[in-house]
Design a protein around this ligand. Structure first.
Ligand SMILES: [Zn+2]
Length: 61
């Protein structure tokens, strides 16, 4: 039996909302362009700073 809804999107990759193109928002730490659109609400971090933040929080304790 299939249990599919009417809005099945198949096996699409679950990617975060990324900008379709420039302008990109600047990283709040190093001012490098990020993958976020300029209209993104919240803290925008470039991949490198995002990784560093993850490392920092992972090393607490
Ligand atoms: Zn950065």
């Amino acid at each position: 039996m299939s249990d599919e809804g009417c809005c099945t999107t198949g096996t699409g990759a679950a990617r975060p909302r990324a900008a379709d193109g420039p302008p990109y928002a600047e990283c709040v730490l190093c001012r490098e362009p990020t993958e976020y659109p300029e209209s993104y609400r919240g803290i925008t971090l470039c991949p490198r700073c995002e990784w560093q933040e993850a490392q920092r929080s992972a090393c607490s304790g």
